[in-house]
Design a protein around this ligand. Structure first.
Ligand code: BMA
Length: 342
């Protein structure tokens, strides 16, 4: 038996013991808002099917802005802004779609645009939005910049299909911009980082986190959720793992930490998931058993994190946690399998 595997087996029994004593349910790392779901289709000023998977930022005036994926009644998605003073209720929703697919100019958007991740980029004094553009070739990654969420500068496709689950890191690393994304390759559905001098030309592609295999909660398919958070210990990433079961799949969330100056180096990976579909609005909907965060806001204390997630591809929910606690949970729930466990 290889040493990595035997370490995992030993650690696994500890995790099982912890799980049976219930730390995930008794002391959850993320606590759901009692107002959940915070945004539903009934809230929308125009007819839609569903609203989910929103990018999130805290604006300079303190408002929370969500750039929501809205699926209309053709089945295709566009993006729409909702603003709130407290990030929970009193949402002011743009009366019309904020960012629509433009398939004439951008054929890669033929079947809509989805799942935005927003990064404030101090050097550019703009927000960078990495989103999924969907067309005949499958999902790809597109990029747009904005100052105000009213006008947008589109960069078009920056990662060709099949690719999704992308977010830009907020600063250059070694002089280059860095994008985390999830291409589908013959190697599988793993997370990668790529680098660019100008946000248009990308290279230096490297796998940063592999989906595990077999019985793992994150077997076969993983992807970045909200944009990674810069902490003193590294880039803290919340990622989703998709577990196939006899009655469909379950999307859950896990944690990984990457080197600040070399994000392709995974420093820590959590062993178990930290958040999964449990509430009725997560368990049932257009796609059952899905929690899918594309954004978060962080309070002025630098610690309190509000995670905004699509619930069952139907509504938007919010849960609150502490970055310090996420990091200390990682310390004590480490997988020895930062490297692939197969
Ligand atoms: C992923 C993406 C998300 C979606 C999730 C669950 O692959 O397509 O947009 O929320 O599946 O259906």
């Amino acid at each position: 038996m290889n040493p990595i595997h035997s370490l995992d087996v030993a650690a696994e029994s500890v995790v099982l013991a912890q799980l049976s004593s219930g730390p995930c349910t008794e002391h959850p790392l993320f606590v759901r808002s009692s107002a959940n779901p915070v945004l539903r289709r009934e809230d929308w000023p125009y007819p839609i099917n569903s609203v989910f998977n929103a990018g999130a930022v805290r604006l300079a005036d303190g408002d929370t802005l969500l750039l929501c994926r809205v699926e209309d009644r053709t089945g295709m998605s566009h993006l729409c802004v909702a603003r709130s003073t407290n990030g929970v209720d009193g949402w002011r929703i743009d009366p019309q779609p904020t960012l629509m697919a433009q398939p004439k100019e951008y054929p890669e958007e033929l079947w809509g645009i989805e799942d935005p991740r927003i990064t404030w980029v101090p050097e550019l004094q703009q927000y960078a939005i990495a989103y999924t553009s969907f067309a005949r070739g499958g999902p790809g990654v597109s990029l747009a910049l904005t100052k105000d969420f009213k006008s947008f500068e589109r960069y078009g496709v920056i990662m060709q299909p099949e690719d999704k689950d992308a977010a830009l890191l907020p600063r250059r690393i070694g002089g280059l911009w860095a994008l985390i994304h999830r291409p589908m390759t013959s190697l599988g559905a793993h997370m990668w980082v790529s680098y660019s001098p100008d946000l248009r030309h990308w290279g230096g592609h490297k796998v940063i986190l592999e989906a595990r295999r077999g019985g793992w909660w994150d077997a076969n398919k993983i992807g970045l959720c909200s944009p990674p958070i810069e902490t003193a210990k590294g880039w803290l990433a919340i990622y989703h793992g998709v577990r196939q079961t006899a009655s469909g799949s379950i999307d859950r969330l896990g944690l990984a930490l990457f080197d600040l100056e070399k994000p392709e180096v995974c420093l820590q990976r959590g062993k178990s998931w930290i958040f999964g579909p449990e509430a009725p609005y997560e368990r049932g909907g257009d796609v059952k058993d899905v929690v899918f965060p594309c954004g978060q806001t962080i309070d002025a204390d630098g610690d309190t994190i509000h995670l905004y997630y699509g619930a069952a591809d139907t509504s938007i929910a919010m849960a609150t946690g502490s970055i310090r606690q996420l990091l200390s949970w990682l310390d004590s729930n480490l997988s020895s399998a930062q490297r692939p466990s197969f």
